[in-house]
Design a protein around this ligand. Structure first.
Ligand code: COA
Length: 242
């Protein structure tokens, strides 16, 4: 699929999805406003970088840092894209009551400013005394806009920013055929575990620093900054496979 990318100079160029270039800005959840576009190093994903794009001539979107005001729209989008069961996933155990890793919560907005995509990364430790890493998720795109490159643009920005901020590795539970295109595989997660039910072949990782997951073992543990105030409890029922 080709996407018309609006460059920093406003010129529109039609490029394959693997060659997107763009810009960022905004205010991450619970944090101060910050322009995350400045000083970005070469992409951690060769050939895929974050975008501000236009699909066909009808749907333009931009990737931005999530703002506090985006939270209700993000939650509604997640319900539409993933259903209520999303709150019972094992990954949720590592996210509940925590804030996303600093500077690593992103949304896609359409031309009206509406939230049409979301991705966040979370601070975890690899085992009891293990090294720090990130857990990615949930990633979701407005159902009516699937297949337009928004998920790819969100992933590219998430990986690039995580790399720029010095993180060593990203883990997630998801569909390997989708995440393989960003370099994720189950190769380095064999001795790691999620804190709840999950399907091992869906437990994937990407090293941002080569060798970062060598010898990693144990169950992932949440280490992120805690949210202030009482937190909503998980929906009734046992945890589901993430
Ligand atoms: C998965 C999701 C985020 C992808 O976002 P998107 O904007 O539709 O994806 P993109 O347009 O960037 O990429 C589309 C490509 O990914 C492929 N793809 C999408 N979902 C896939 C999946 N679950 N498994 C394998 N490939 C998938 C499409 O077939 C398409 O392939 P192509 O490039 O060869 O045509 C989106 O479909 C979504 O929100 N799904 C529901 C929420 C969800 O399941 N999230 C977790 C994913 S494990």
């Amino acid at each position: 699929m080709d996407i018309r990318v609006i460059g920093m100079n406003g010129a529109a160029v039609k490029l394959p999805i693997s060659h997107l270039e763009g810009e960022m800005g905004g205010s991450p959840e619970g944090g101060a406003a910050r322009d995350v576009s400045k000083g970005a190093p070469p992409s951690a994903l060769p050939g895929i970088s974050p975008s501000r794009g236009e699909i066909g001539s009808s749907c333009a979107y931009a990737i931005a840092a999530e703002a506090t005001a985006d939270i209700p729209a993000r939650e509604a989008l997640l319900d539409r894209a993933m259903g209520q069961g999303r709150r019972r996933k094992s990954s949720e155990k590592l996210r509940r009551g925590r804030r996303p890793s600093e500077g690593l919560a992103f949304v896609a907005r359409d031309e009206t400013g509406a939230v049409v995509g979301t991705v966040r990364l979370w601070d975890v430790a690899l085992g009891e005394d293990g090294a720090p890493a990130l857990l990615l998720g949930p990633l979701a795109v407005e159902p009516a806009l699937k297949g337009a490159g928004i998920g790819t643009a969100l992933m590219a920005k998430a990986v690039e920013e995580a790399h720029r901020l010095g993180h060593a590795a990203i883990l997630l539970v998801g569909d390997a055929p989708y995440y393989a295109r960003f370099g994720f595989s189950a190769e380095k997660t064999a001795h790691l575990a999620m804190p709840g039910p999950y399907e091992r072949h869906r437990f994937l990782a990407l090293e941002l620093r080569p060798g970062a997951l060598d010898g990693a073992h144990g169950t992932l543990r949440a280490t992120g900054r805690k949210l202030a105030g009482p937190q909503p409890r998980a929906a009734a029922g046992s945890l589901r496979s993430a």
